[in-house]
Unconditional design. Structure first.
Length: 342
């Protein structure tokens, strides 16, 4: 029999779920809206009934009733870098633990207009708040205007917005890497930096330089990479050809991997001839040959702090200009040792 136009496309309703579960419509409504005044057995029975009949709660209607969409937006400059991808993964896990969903916006050119456009699109998606993960200096210089009234958390920036900022201890990590090599007896430490527009790369570079200067050691010319193993390999070839080089601090583990390859190809042994330190402590670092000494930063802690700060701001409606510092830790493995006497 042909369906009437008024019935066409009608999905399962709360009444259908109530009949299937043998409970009242009010109980189904409580479960659908995430209320806590339903006992565990009844909640599970209702959820099972929802799955059986194919009912999906109307999140938009629910948001209109309680003023929350339970959705968090993330504006990110790039998905290709190790740090961004790990941080995003940590954010996604913490968001799920809070019972929120996530909407992702990439802004590869990270201009004011592009970021403003991302905020506009997120508003159309009806998000409760936004996490910004843009490491470039536009954010540090406060050139990006944050929208009023929307809870925002910023990750890894030295800009001072009226919002929480989650900042990894980049400078402390670079200083510990440089000091470790000096304390082993190396006369100085060469540095392969990340791209100049990167906030994290700049902090690591300045800290390396300041640590050498404080120790009264010569500061070699900075070599600028792009976070890739290829750029580490290219600069590593130059360093490998210089017999005076005995210690290298690369601004991330991938560039350190390229350095290890370049040294190996010309027969310079690590750590006997050259010690190498990275930054990030990516999972593979322990399986480089030799296993890489590196600076561990906790992307899980960054994601957890960012989401907790944003959820708190959403709940209270009160932005707080707070800075949360996530510490780093030097992990010593087999790629560093005292220099051989010459």
């Amino acid at each position: 029999m042909r369906q009437s136009s008024g019935q066409r496309g009608r999905g399962p309703s709360m009444a259908d779920v109530a009949r299937e579960a043998g409970v009242s419509g009010q109980t189904v409504s409580r479960v659908a809206n995430g209320r806590t005044n339903v006992d565990a057995d009844t909640r599970e029975r209702v959820l099972d009934a929802m799955r059986r009949v194919g009912y999906r709660p109307n999140s938009a209607a629910r948001a209109l009733r309680n003023g929350r969409f339970r959705t968090i937006g993330v504006i990110i400059s790039s998905l290709s870098t190790f740090g961004n991808s790990r941080t995003l993964d940590a954010i996604a896990g913490a968001v799920a633990d809070e019972g929120f969903s996530i909407v992702l916006m990439t802004v590869p050119r990270h201009t004011q207009g592009e970021v403003a456009g991302a905020f506009s699109r997120l508003n159309e998606q009806a998000v409760d708040g936004v996490i910004i993960l843009i490491e470039q200096h536009q954010l540090d210089q406060s050139e990006i205007e944050l929208p009023a009234g929307l809870p925002v958390v910023v990750i890894d920036s030295n800009a001072r917005y009226p919002s929480p900022v989650i900042d990894t201890a980049q400078a402390e990590g670079a200083a510990s890497a440089t000091r470790h090599l000096l304390e082993l007896g190396h006369a100085t430490v060469w540095h392969i930096a990340g791209p100049p527009q990167s906030y994290a790369a700049e902090r690591r570079l300045k800290s390396w330089q300041a640590t050498l200067e404080a120790a009264g050691r010569p500061v070699p010319p900075v070599l600028i990479g792009d976070w890739s193993a290829d750029s580490g390999y290219e600069h590593g070839q130059r360093l490998a050809a210089d017999p005076s080089v005995t210690a290298v601090f690369a601004a991330n583990d991938q560039m350190a991997l390229g350095v290890l390859r370049a040294l190996h190809e010309v027969g310079r042994r690590v750590p006997d001839d050259v010690s190498v330190v990275g930054f990030d402590d990516m999972a593979e670092a322990a399986n480089f040959w030799p296993p890489l000494t590196t600076v561990h930063q906790s992307f899980d802690d960054v994601g957890r702090h960012a989401v907790a700060a944003l959820v708190g701001e959403i709940a209270t409606g009160q932005p707080e200009s707070t800075l949360i510092h996530v510490p780093t830790e030097l992990v010593v493995r087999s790629s560093t040792a005292p220099p051989l006497s010459r």
